[in-house]
Design a protein around this ligand. Structure first.
Ligand code: ZN
Length: 244
């Protein structure tokens, strides 16, 4: 099976469409979405409709939860709060119902799937250090765990000698790492923050054990024009072209 993993779309329809088009060229059997379909961008309903149609597994993200009032925005920054308020008012009843029912955790052999962290995924913690990664390796049993949430693609390896490190290439093969376990952040489709403005997603081939990232250009200008029209904060608009 060849899986595509998408995450953190954040209502950016141009980015999602570009990524889905790229996925069509990659011989993919199943598309899996790790959450945050909405929040920040101008097309929450359209993005939910597309994800619902195209993905076999879809997880709840913290912005999705906040948009349907399953989560308070008290810990969100002011820009995110403004975006969530607009999103809550804009989502249709049926898209809200769909988001409300999404799970926080799933698995496809040999991968555990969560939006934020395998440790208490409902708390929306971030993995931003090797210490936090080391802690989280204790909370999944599979060889691999895929996450989103930070919008920064990264592959963290726990090798058979229990050594923990960041893998430096943008791809990895299970056949080369001899029983090591992996914590992989698949990056963000709609708001990349690794100084590369292109959309990011991951592909895993369960037959040969290879994982790799794809970067896809999309019409950032069009997305930004739409965000201006609905008066999203300038910071959220300009960060897209910088990938930060
Ligand atoms: Zn996000």
């Amino acid at each position: 099976m060849r899986y595509a993993f998408i995450s953190d779309i954040h209502a950016n329809l141009e980015a999602l469409e570009a990524v889905l088009e790229d996925i069509e060229t990659q011989n993919i059997d199943d598309i899996i979405c790790l959450g945050d379909i909405v929040g920040y961008g101008a097309n929450p309903n359209e993005c939910v409709d597309l994800v619902r149609k195209e993905c076999s597994v879809v997880l709840l993200g913290n912005h999705d939860a906040a948009a349907v009032e399953l989560l308070s925005t008290q810990h969100f920054n002011i820009h995110a709060k403004i975006a969530i308020e607009w999103t809550t008012q804009t989502l249709r009843r049926d898209t809200k119902d769909y988001l409300t029912e999404l799970p926080m955790k799933a698995a496809v052999d040999p991968i555990t799937l969560v939006h934020a962290t395998p440790y208490e995924p409902n708390m929306w913690y971030y993995i931003t250090s090797l210490e936090e990664a080391a802690f989280n390796f204790q909370f999944f049993e599979t060889q691999i765990c895929m996450v989103g949430h930070t919008h920064i693609p990264i592959i963290i390896v726990l090798d058979s000698q229990k050594e923990l490190y960041v893998h430096q290439d943008m791809g990895i093969g299970l056949s080369d790492i001899d029983g090591a376990r992996l914590l992989i952040n698949v990056g963000s489709v709609g708001q990349p923050r690794d100084r590369n403005p292109k959309s990011c997603y991951g592909i895993f081939d369960s037959d040969n054990g290879d994982f790799s990232y794809r970067r896809v250009a999309y019409n950032i200008d069009k997305t930004q024009q739409k965000m201006k029209k609905i008066k999203m904060p300038e910071f959220l608009i300009s960060r897209l072209e910088d990938g930060r």
